[in-house]
Design a protein around this ligand. Structure first.
Ligand SMILES: C[S@@+](CC[C@H](N)C(=O)[O-])C[C@H]1O[C@@H](n2cnc3c(N)ncnc32)[C@H](O)[C@@H]1O
Length: 276
């Protein structure tokens, strides 16, 4: 078990892809793709602004179905992308010139894929224990002059008087349930800039994108599908039951939906050039 001091607060030894979000469960690739449909444009726009382009060798960590890796190749024209995931079935299903899939667990101390101009991880570190250690490890894979870009979920809806409607209750149960089962923790994501700086990166910056929650939108469908897949974990918190989750799903689909979705915080930092 890790401790809150190193950014981890796991209640058990569960891991992403085991108790929930199992890649072998039908439709898991479609769920990941709904997240990608929501965020790929924001991600790739940022990576292009940071200079991703010809001659760049890139590492995409926890690459999922590979949409960012393929976007880097097609939109940015980078030289190559190494797409790493603990399960590469979705990556190998769509072979793409320039994209190499590598099955590896990035928390494994022997994980050492080389150095890259761009190291990118989206919606991965929030599911891992020992985040500071993971960030330090990923910073070590950035070549001098290169950039580490990390995106994770941020829930900006938590205020002084959090709403108690089925949607808000279900969202709270989701974060609690994922924390209880696989150790997911988004409470620390606003500390990304400091963690990147502590890992020796400079010119650190961050931005937040919150997608509009509209009936039928990819993000609405993503949340509905995520709640279904993690339903046992949500109900297990005692914060909601099946009825509340179903109410929340109907609300997402209804024209009366008027709520704020969790969004994505992206932070980045540059590895200083080596002294001449
Ligand atoms: C929420 S998905 C995000 C996929 C992709 N980055 C995206 O944004 O579309 C998380 C991905 O990280 C992978 N993953 C989780 N823990 C991992 C680990 N320890 N090592 C490598 N990959 C991991 C999962 O298998 C999954 O594909």
């Amino acid at each position: 078990m890790t401790t809150p001091q190193d950014g981890g607060d796991r209640r058990d030894d569960g891991r992403y892809g085991e108790a929930v979000f199992r890649p072998e469960q039908a439709g898991e690739d479609d769920r990941i793709d709904l997240g990608a449909l929501t965020y790929d444009d924001t991600t790739l726009t940022r990576l292009l602004k940071l200079g991703a382009g010809p001659h760049w060798h890139c590492l995409d960590v926890g690459a999922g179905t590979g949409t960012v890796a393929r976007g880097l190749l097609r939109r940015a024209g980078v030289a190559a992308v190494l797409a790493v995931d603990r399960d590469v079935r979705f990556l190998t299903a769509h072979p793409t010139p320039g994209l190499t899939a590598l099955e590896a667990d990035i928390t494994d101390p022997s994980f050492d894929p080389g150095m890259f101009q761009l190291v990118h991880a989206r919606f991965v570190l929030m599911h891992l224990p020992s985040r500071q250690e993971a960030i330090t490890r990923l910073a070590g894979l950035v070549a001098p002059g290169g950039v580490l870009v990390l995106s994770d979920a941020i829930d900006v809806s938590a205020g002084a008087a959090p709403p108690n409607d089925p949607y808000s209750r279900t969202m709270r149960a989701m974060w609690q349930g994922l924390r209880d089962t696989i150790g997911t923790d988004i409470t620390w994501v606003t500390r990304y800039p400091q963690l990147l700086h502590a890992a020796g990166l400079r010119s650190v910056a961050a931005e937040v994108h919150v997608p509009p929650l509209m009936p039928g939108s990819p993000i609405s469908r993503f949340w509905g599908g995520t709640w279904d897949r993690a339903r046992d974990a949500l109900v297990g918190t005692g914060l909601v039951d099946d009825h509340v989750i179903d109410e929340a799903k109907r609300y997402l689909d209804s024209p009366d939906c008027a709520a704020l979705s969790p969004g994505m915080i992206t932070s980045w930092g540059w590895k200083p050039e080596e002294a001449p």
